[in-house]
Design a protein around this ligand. Structure first.
Ligand code: M6R
Length: 608
């Protein structure tokens, strides 16, 4: 993952680079570093851990210089320690890199044979030495950088700075995103436009295979073979304002509380509540009637939203859905239907595995569509039909409001598909639209359960294992509950389809095992209760999330119950997401983990 920044400026750049890195810290926070150039000398400051450590280092030992590069790291090759922090140097060359250089072993061997000494365990350091080797062989800086880029295999967004030239950064992209910002007499580079928002909103995105010469007053883009390329300059809508936590202790709980509003906004984008009809906008229109198959690809929480979507598309629109985890999909060489549509779901729009799946589907001639939160992202820019989630910036690494907005879009699309395919008549459409319109109100009501849920979290905190159960659309929610708990509290948790428990996992149940069961009172409630009883008979400690009728009919003593309002079936996954988010949040708070930036994670996963 990692975030990179570069500035060819007219004022001291180190503080500006740190400001931009703050906006990129969601991409990784294992270490950070800045390098600048002054009077022909490269200098750098690096620090292990979060950006705040680098800021302290810079306060103690400031860096001057009007050209510089910076990096915030999510470790791939080499431990998250200072020697592996970027920028990496080789004599007169400094490099920052996001991605993975797949042939770094081969290159390192070759460079070591030429006498280069490596001071880190990273793959990135080979880039610095390769460029330096070119300089020693008599190449000009730009030629040396171009020659080095041509040797790299893998995924990279990188910036190279040279001791010999204080008006030059060479940038390159193959995979992870890279934006060039155009200022007044200054030029900028960043992993996204938001990082550059305080400096400029005039942005040119590099495409895969592009490399660029960036100077104070010009920028030229080339393809790998050296021919010049034109890329359009666009106005970014990224805000320069840093999103803050308001009165909340963490971004995550703030984002949980934003859900009634952002779900409402998102639904209103797809549904005409006055006319009580689904109303897809022109730019996102898809002819669902012509589709014979829908293929959904995503990762993590976005994948679990897609799994709920599968139930909805099949149930309401009789549209068969294949759904894959992107990292598996891309290698399974799935034959695809000529009349199929491929739908990618992503908050960031930059997830490398999802993007790789997209490229596969593009090559198969599929209609490409995306449900995406970041509208200027690579996934959004690569798809013909884009369905935005209007969640606003999601800062907490654990996805919350993006998930419920993805569900909101999927629900609206499933209804639209049902109408277009003739499985939903206008009366049923009105009914479903009215039900969807209730989602903001119910989510708001459920927020009032926070105190009670915080108390229940005592039953999970410090437990070694937790199991989540659900059936139907609550099965993906069980998986999501387990994922949220794992990533926030580091407790081992698994989600199971309630009916699957008896086929093996029930062997795990003993008096120590908490079981969170998600079971609104619906047509399969009794089945889930039977599964819960099997657990109770073996001493498992049950937390049941249900409605009033479910609580009454569960008929079990010695269980804890979170009582939800009674609501229509189509919005239950959206609304029931909140108690599982709050349960994971409060468990993590009680255990004292870093809720917004859990260990080993990053918000945007731009490596395979
Ligand atoms: O940006 P994306 O939605 O593509 O990200 C996908 C996953 O990396 C993401 O949902 C991840 O699983 C979250 N940390 C879950 O909370």
């Amino acid at each position: 993952m990692c975030g990179i920044v570069g500035i060819v400026g007219t004022r001291p750049v180190a503080p500006l680079i740190v400001d931009a890195l703050k906006r990129l810290e969601y991409r990784g926070y294992d270490s950070a570093g800045v390098a600048t150039l002054e009077n022909g000398a490269l200098d750098r400051r690096r620090a292990e851990g979060k950006l705040v450590n680098l800021q302290e280092r810079l306060e103690a030992e400031p860096l001057s210089g009007q050209i510089g590069i910076g990096h915030t790291r999510w470790a791939t090759h080499g431990a998250p320690v200072e020697i592996n922090a970027h920028p990496h140097f080789s004599s007169n060359v400094a490099v920052v890199h996001n991605g993975i250089i797949e042939n770094f072993r081969e290159l390192r061997g070759e460079l070591q044979a030429d006498g280069f000494v490596f001071s880190s365990q990273t793959d990135t350091e080979v880039i610095a030495h390769l460029v330096e080797k070119g300089l020693r062989d008599g190449l000009e800086p730009v030629e040396a950088a171009h020659a080095a880029i041509k040797r790299l295999r893998g995924a990279f967004a990188l910036a190279v700075m040279f001791g010999a030239d204080d008006n030059l950064i060479v940038a390159a992209r193959n995979g992870p995103p890279l934006a060039v910002g155009h200022g007044e007499g200054e030029m900028y580079l960043g992993s996204d436009a938001v990082a550059l928002a305080p400096f400029t909103n005039r942005i040119t995105y590099l495409e895969d295979g592009d490399w660029a010469i960036v100077k104070r007053d010009s920028m030229q883009i080339f393809s790998l073979d050296g021919s010049a390329i034109e890329r359009i300059q666009q106005r970014s809508v990224g805000s320069a304002l840093m999103v803050d936590k308001g009165n909340h202790r963490h971004f995550m709980i703030k984002e949980i509380y934003e859900q009634p509003e952002v779900i409402g906004h998102t639904l209103a984008h797809y549904v005409d509540f006055n006319e009580q009809k689904v109303a897809l906008r022109q730019e996102s229109t898809v002819d669902f009637a012509k589709l014979d198959r829908l293929n959904i690809t995503a990762c993590g929480t976005a994948y679990l939203a897609g799994l709920v979507g599968k139930y909805w598309f099949e149930r309401h629109a009789r549209l068969p859905v294949d759904i894959d985890i992107a990292s598996e999909f891309r290698y399974r060489e799935m034959p695809m239907s000529a009349d199929g549509m491929s739908l990618f779901i992503s908050q960031s729009g930059e997830t490398a595995d999802t993007l790789a799946g997209l490229k596969y589907c593009e090559a198969q001639g599929q209609h490409l569509a995306a449900i995406v939160n970041v509208q200027e992202s690579t996934i959004a820019r690569s798809c013909k039909s884009v369905f935005p989630t209007l969640a606003g910036p999601e800062i907490g690494v654990a996805s919350t409001k993006a998930f419920t907005c993805q569900l909101s879009v999927l629900a609206a699309l499933a209804v639209a598909a049902g109408v277009q395919r003739g499985h939903i008549d206008s009366e049923r459409e009105r009914e479903l639209v009215e039900q969807l319109s209730e989602a903001p109100r119910y989510t708001n009501d459920v927020l009032k359960l926070e105190g009670e849920i915080a108390t229940m979290a005592h039953g999970l905190a410090n437990k070694p294992n937790v199991i989540y159960l659900g059936r139907d659309t609550n099965f993906p929610l069980a998986l999501e509950g387990a994922l949220k708990l794992k990533e926030l509290s580091y407790i081992h948790a698994e989600g199971y389809a309630a009916g699957e428990l008896k086929h093996g996992p029930i062997a795990l149940i003993d008096e120590e095992m908490p079981i969170v069961t998600i079971a609104p009172h619906d047509n399969i409630f009794e089945k889930t209760v039977s599964n819960m009883q099997e657990v109770a008979a073996r001493g498992g400690k049950i937390i049941l999330i249900t409605d009033e009728r479910g609580a009454e009919e569960a008929g079990m003593d010695d269980i804890k119950t979170i009582v939800m309002p009674k609501m229509p079936e189509i919005i239950t996954p959206i609304v029931y997401a909140l108690p599982i988010q709050m349960l994971a949040y409060h468990t993590a708070v009680q255990m004292g983990t870093d809720v917004d930036q859990p260990r080993n994670l990053a918000k945007s996963v731009t490596v395979e």
